[in-house]
Design a protein around this ligand. Sequence first.
Ligand SMILES: O=P(O)(O)OC[C@H]1O[C@H](OP(=O)(O)OP(=O)(O)O)[C@H](O)[C@@H]1O
Ligand SMILES: O=c1cc[nH]c(=O)[nH]1
Ligand SMILES: [Mg+2]
Length: 220
Amino acid sequence: MLIHNLSKENTILNVFMSELRDKTIQTDNMRFRRNIERIGEILAYELSKSLHFKSKIIETPLDTTEINLPENEIVICSILRAGIPLHNGLLNYFDAAENAFISAYRHHKSAPERFEIIVEYLACPSLENKTLILADPMLATGQSMVATYEALKPFGTPKEIHLVSVIGAEEGVAYVSNHFKNENAHLWISTIDKNLNEKGYIVPGLGDAGDLCFGQKLQQ
Ligand SMILES: O=P(O)(O)OC[C@H]1O[C@H](OP(=O)(O)OP(=O)(O)O)[C@H](O)[C@@H]1O
Ligand SMILES: O=c1cc[nH]c(=O)[nH]1
Ligand SMILES: [Mg+2]
């Protein structure tokens, strides 16, 4: 799997990242969601550099011109809840993409450090020979991404897979990297943090992305 870590370069992305992480600024839910969406747009732009382009002739009012346009049939699959603003950002750029949604949440069992991934809802078009984008802002242990990919297998075999995320933990990045090692796969990520705490939260991270987007939920 090819890893594209955007934090290696200084860009405007750093402003959006600093606002997501800042414990005061991040309490503005609308700004938090919008910053994730804006990062989705940046990641879409970066990912677009790896698409397959074909030349097309366009007629302007004055003449014709040749331009290369992407040919990929894209399906964006986001993981509820926190995936929704990232999904919107990707869809803002990939106008013609088809869409899939999956609910994968970490269900904490008896001890806070133990959880399993519960997949309950799944809506997906055919993935056969398409370009699959899996979007989730947080890549902590990597289990949600992998459980999602496994749940999507009955919908067909994509010809390439792009994982899109905002913050990953080194452990989760290693886990998905290993899981997708035999696939034509890329990871597009804003930054990678060192640690995971005992509850599976990324450190320094930003906290609970789902809650920061949409408010706290009652534990099931
Ligand atoms: O890499 P992992 O260890 O699997 O963790 C990442 C997942 O955890 C969060 O979801 P959460 O279960 O908090 O659901 P939510 O989006 O509804 O808050 C996050 O949005 C990812 O989906
Ligand atoms: O740090 C983390 C890990 C998983 N999910 C989150 O929202 N934050
Ligand atoms: Mg959450």
